[in-house]
Design a protein around this ligand. Sequence first.
Ligand SMILES: Nc1ncnc2c1ncn2[C@@H]1O[C@H](COP(=O)(O)OP(=O)(O)OP(=O)(O)O)[C@@H](O)[C@H]1O
Ligand SMILES: [Mg+2]
Length: 224
Amino acid sequence: MAIKKIIAFGSAKGGVGKSSITASIAISLSKKCKVGILDADIYGPNQNILFSIKEKPIIKNKLIKPIIKNNIEITSMGLILENDVAATWRGPMLSGAIKQLIHSTDWGELDYLLIDMPPGTGDAYLTIFNELEVDNFILINTSHILSLADSNRTISMLNKLNVNILGYIENNIFNAGKKTINFFETKRINKLATYSFHERIYNFDPEFNCEESNDVAKKIYEMT
Ligand SMILES: Nc1ncnc2c1ncn2[C@@H]1O[C@H](COP(=O)(O)OP(=O)(O)OP(=O)(O)O)[C@@H](O)[C@H]1O
Ligand SMILES: [Mg+2]
């Protein structure tokens, strides 16, 4: 794979904006760089929906051609499964599906591959970090105490797996205006941005120029 940098976006907590923020940053980064998105959420793939992908991918020489939208190469289990069909797989099958997405995708030359991580800390994480050399991890968090508790777990797992945490993004969807606890300072994790509530992230609009995403994209570009 001719991929220069791999950056995973995740948090053990569900519903904190991992997929929306990954998509939004991919759009910002793609103005300067060649970008791909690996939607690693096998049970709840969303990138196909965020980018309104209707077509099925072409399979050539046993390799899946990613779908190109907004100049971004995208692959997702959502391109293969119908939207209303659930993958009810146990751990080994889940890992197999992730491995297939990783190794059977025919990526072009990419400056950045962004991984939209699923919630949780289980098999998916172990498989992804075993199969790919992930350069950096960006933690997505809301300032809610439950989100912080799950971030703590995520950080402990990343430390065990020796994954470098580039920083965290606070997504202020639920707690606009509340002060963040200095939790990340004590963990020595940099803040990369604070997202405010965006109607157009809520109704994802790939043409939307999100200032916070542009800022993070610039930081990623400078820091990696
Ligand atoms: N900054 C924001 N402004 C408005 N809505 C947002 C924002 N961030 C996320 N949302 C909304 O919150 C919901 C959850 O976002 P999203 O699906 O991106 O989270 P997730 O962490 O990827 O979830 P999951 O754990 O299920 O994968 C979505 O409806 C999304 O539109
Ligand atoms: Mg998601």
